[in-house]
Design a protein around this ligand. Sequence first.
Ligand SMILES: C[S@@+](CC[C@H](N)C(=O)[O-])C[C@H]1O[C@@H](n2cnc3c(N)ncnc32)[C@H](O)[C@@H]1O
Length: 225
Amino acid sequence: MKDNTSSYNSSVYDAKISNVLPYYAEFHSQVIDVAKMVFNEKEGSFKWLDTGCGTGTLALRALGELPNTEFTLCDPSEGMLEIAKEKLRGRDICFNIVPSHELPYENEFDIVTAILSHHYYDLETREIAVKKCYRALKEDGIFITFENISMSTKESEAMALNRWGQYLLDHGWTPEEVKAHQARRGVEMFPITIEQHLEMIKNTGFKSVNILWTSYMQAGFWAIK
Ligand SMILES: C[S@@+](CC[C@H](N)C(=O)[O-])C[C@H]1O[C@@H](n2cnc3c(N)ncnc32)[C@H](O)[C@@H]1O
């Protein structure tokens, strides 16, 4: 029985996540690059909420480059948060066991990030979760999210899945495991297209919504409150 909704139990997540997510480290590089830009424009304290923080890898990397950041890390999985706490031991960080659609914050943060943590939602609840991220931001604050995406047609979806399947095989998965894993789409996780992401994020009230980065299976977006 897994202790969180991702592909791996929290205890092996860090060691294995790059076996399922092509470009995983690049997602965090892109986020930190945008955060640095926001940080440079700011005076005083810099507050960052990472929702669905998992094992805290993004926060640890970001603190290496932006040491004065005040982090709040949220995740509904106790197992994930325990690893994050251990990894970030000795740092002054707020932790909160809470899913994104129940975030309690209002007008507090300069940046809110949600990295591969909202694809477990149906479209309606996903929008509620993003609204909570919007609410947590200060005026002009930046929201950054990376998510699994689906392609625009069945044909291109099949081709992208095929390509990703080859990546999984190259990273130690058996053909049966690949099949079972890809069968989670539309059952345990609900990827949407880039266009649906842009529209959904816009619906929550952001004044500017943009694509940050994309591959054939994941995309990043950034938006200004
Ligand atoms: C694939 S991991 C990503 C973790 C981390 N953001 C990273 O970059 O490594 C997905 C994370 O989303 C969390 N999660 C699942 N449902 C969530 C929800 N409703 N709200 C926020 N996070 C959620 C899981 O517990 C897990 O830690």
